[in-house]
Design a protein around this ligand. Structure first.
Ligand SMILES: [Zn+2]
Length: 65
C-alpha cells in the first residue's frame, strides 16, 4: 500500500485513486493538481495535491466538482 498521497496508485479512505500529476499548478503554493479516479464508479476528476487524502468523488459521493 502506497502511503504517499501524491504517488500514483495511492487510494484514500474514500476509494479515490491517484492517477498521477497533471501539468496544472494547484491552488496552494508549490502544489499541483492530480488526476483522481473513483474506484466505485470510475469517474475521473482533478484534485489539489493537499486534498487527495480526503477527496470524495464528485459523481457518486457528493464531493466538490
Ligand atoms: Zn464515484
Amino acid at each position: 500500500m502506497n502511503k504517499e498521497t501524491t504517488n500514483p496508485g495511492y487510494i484514500n479512505k474514500n476509494k479515490q485513486m491517484n492517477f498521477g500529476r497533471t501539468e496544472e499548478q494547484g491552488i496552494d503554493h508549490g502544489q499541483w493538481f492530480y488526476t483522481i479516479e473513483c474506484q466505485n464508479c470510475n469517474f475521473k476528476f482533478k484534485a489539489n495535491g493537499t486534498d487527495i487524502w480526503q477527496r470524495k468523488c464528485s459523481n457518486c459521493q457528493g464531493g466538490q466538482p
